[in-house]
Design a protein around this ligand. Structure first.
Ligand code: Q9C
Ligand code: ZN
Length: 319
């Protein structure tokens, strides 16, 4: 397994998100990525390389140019320590812009693209430690701590070479990824997430959303109760993996979130630490060239170990 990481994300340091009109501490902190990379290093999960720089056209393949420009120009106009809560290009109030937002988001997309390029060159497994995350970012909207949709950008790039399956195991539905490929039949999107009746993003992730036009049948949502335990989760994961296997993709992209952990401060099913290596192992058993993209996970005390456990289970697919 190759790990793609840069510390450019350290320049993205929002202090607050607006939650029902009130300022609350920003949950998507830089400590998240720091604790993950520390655990990866100490557990020797794989070689760590920096992302290569990719041209903007890869971002424009998923996002509106005006939207990308907006993030770049607004980031550049801010002084250190200042924070903009824009009125435009937003799907919610959880993605403020600070001076380092554009650079960090751009390099997160580069990390995803670097992983995709490695797969094209024959590497079997790559983990891109993207921060900020991406799966809530849509064509011209940021939201849910996301600015550029790292997974969709990588999947779009890979889709020029083959059929792509995207598995989303973040606690929240990946509305941005679903939207990007909703009417396409050569990119499958399958997501397990908290029932949107009770959880963010509320507006999408329902079973009835199955794709449109040519893409009908190529989006599959599995909304789950917050009470879901390890055994119940693994049962639904098997169904999701069977759908992916039926599709017989050339590449698999995984939106890898750890906010499914029972102690997560903003999400949380009833999943315990010992299930993460099993989840990794089961996904690896699909035997596909796989790009793992970091999404959510907010318990910084446990996050490093959860990710390292998951990646170890993934590495150990025959064990
Ligand atoms: N203050 C991802 O996991 N809700 N985004 C925050 C709590 C927003 C999560 C409410 C959740 C967005 C990538
Ligand atoms: Zn999430």
């Amino acid at each position: 397994m190759i790990i793609v990481y840069t510390d450019t994300h350290l320049s993205h340091q929002p202090q607050y998100e607006v939650y029902d009109g009130r300022l609350v501490a920003y949950a998507e902190t830089s400590q998240r990525a720091e604790t993950i990379i520390a655990a990866i290093r100490s557990r020797k999960v794989g070689a760590i390389i920096p992302p290569r720089r990719f041209p903007l056209r890869h971002l424009y393949a998923v996002h509106q140019k005006q939207y990308v420009d907006f993030i770049r120009l607004r980031s550049a106009a801010l002084n250190a320590g200042n924070e903009l809560h824009p009125s435009y290009f937003m799907s919610d109030t959880y993605a403020p812009i600070v001076a380092g937002t554009y650079d960090a988001s751009r390099r997160a997309a580069d990390a995803a693209l670097t992983g995709a390029e490695l797969l094209l060159r024959g590497t079997r497994h790559v983990y891109s430690l993207c921060r900020p995350p991406g799966h809530h970012a849509a064509h011209h909207t940021m939201g849910g701590y996301c600015y550029f949709n790292n997974a969709a950008i990588a999947a779009e790039y890979l889709s020029r070479t083959g059929r792509i399956a995207i598995l989303d195991i973040d606690f929240h539905h990946g509305n941005g990824v679903q939207d990007a490929f909703y009417d396409r039949s050569e990119v499958l999107y399958v997501s397990l997430h908290a029932d949107p009746v009770i959880s963010y993003p509320y507006s999408s992730g329902y079973t009835i959303e199955q794709g449109a036009h040519e893409g009908f049948g190529y989006t599959t949502n599995y909304p789950l109760s917050r009470q879901t335990n390890n055994k119940q989760y693994l049962r639904v994961l098997s169904k999701a993996l069977a759908r992916i296997s039926d599709f017989s993709p050339d590449y698999l992209v995984v939106c890898t979130g750890f906010d499914t952990f029972y102690l997560d401060p903003i999400g949380g099913f009833q999943l315990t630490a010992d299930v993460y290596p099993v989840i990794g192992n089961r996904i690896a058993s699909l035997n596909l060239p796989t790009l793992l993209i970091q999404e959510g996970g907010y318990n910084v005390t446990h996050l490093g170990n959860l990710v390292a456990d998951f990646l170890s289970g993934f590495n150990n697919k025959n064990g």
